[in-house]
Design a protein around this ligand. Structure first.
Ligand code: 5RP
Length: 218
């Protein structure tokens, strides 16, 4: 079964977590795109959505879903998003699409984080996928040196500017046995905006697409 079919299946399953009459948080990436397309079928039954990126905002708007700014919203009942890696504790690496900061902000306002991913994203130890770190441009080299001191191999994602006007360093070679600790440590480096570890606030529900069907873990 190809990966897109698995992504489509989990995106469809996530629609069951969308409460009627509410504003929901929507993530970024190819899996989230399938979710947005599915959400279009129930656009009249939700109030609208807060997007975690300009790309998702555009897609939501194109599907006729009303957009809200996060500053207009007190809380979100649910946030639905994909992941680059997810472990057994539902800690994740995210940011393959460079939207990690807004994703983390929107997720922080949601009562429930529903992670939608194809089976290849499930790992025993996070870190094979290079960890994205969003950095203020002026601090790119100094942050890179400190990430090296932590044992990683940071690579500048050249040509990519985030929705917030910053750059991304992808940190290779990490074996992340303490995701909460590493998330905290990297966030304390001056010049770092956010890192792609979502461990302090992991997902609450994992919908994993497998050839045998969607496996739900809570
Ligand atoms: C974007 C993300 C995505 O959720 C992550 O990269 C997964 O993407 P995809 O659904 O395309 O596999 O964090 O910043």
């Amino acid at each position: 079964m190809n990966q897109d079919l698995l992504k489509q299946a989990v995106a469809k399953a996530a629609l069951a977590y969308v409460p009627e009459g509410e504003i929901i948080g929507v993530g970024t990436g190819s899996t989230a795109n399938f979710f947005i397309d599915g959400l279009a079928g129930m656009r009249d039954r939700i109030k609208g959505a807060v997007a975690s990126s300009e790309a998702s905002a555009k897609r939501l708007e194109a599907q006729g879903i009303r957009l809200f700014d996060l500053n207009e919203v007190d809380s979100l009942s649910v946030y639905v998003d994909g992941a680059d890696e997810v472990d057994a504790s539902f800690a994740m690496i995210k940011g393959g699409g460079a939207a990690l900061t807004r994703e983390k902000i929107v997720a922080s306002v949601a009562k429930r984080f529903v992670c939608i991913a194809d089976g290849s994203k499930k790992v025993a130890v996070l870190g094979r996928f290079p960890l994205p770190v969003e950095v203020i441009p002026l601090a790119r080299a100094s942050v890179a040196r400190q990430l090296e001191a932590l044992g990683g191999r940071p690579v500048w994602r050249e040509g990519v500017v985030t929705d917030n006007g910053n750059v991304i360093l992808d940190v290779h070679g990490l074996e992340i046995t303490d995701p909460v600790g590493l998330e905290t440590t990297i966030n304390h480096i001056v010049g770092v905006v956010t890192n792609g570890l979502f461990a302090r606030r992991p997902a609450d529900v994992l919908l994993l697409g497998t050839p045998e069907g969607v496996v739900t873990t809570v």
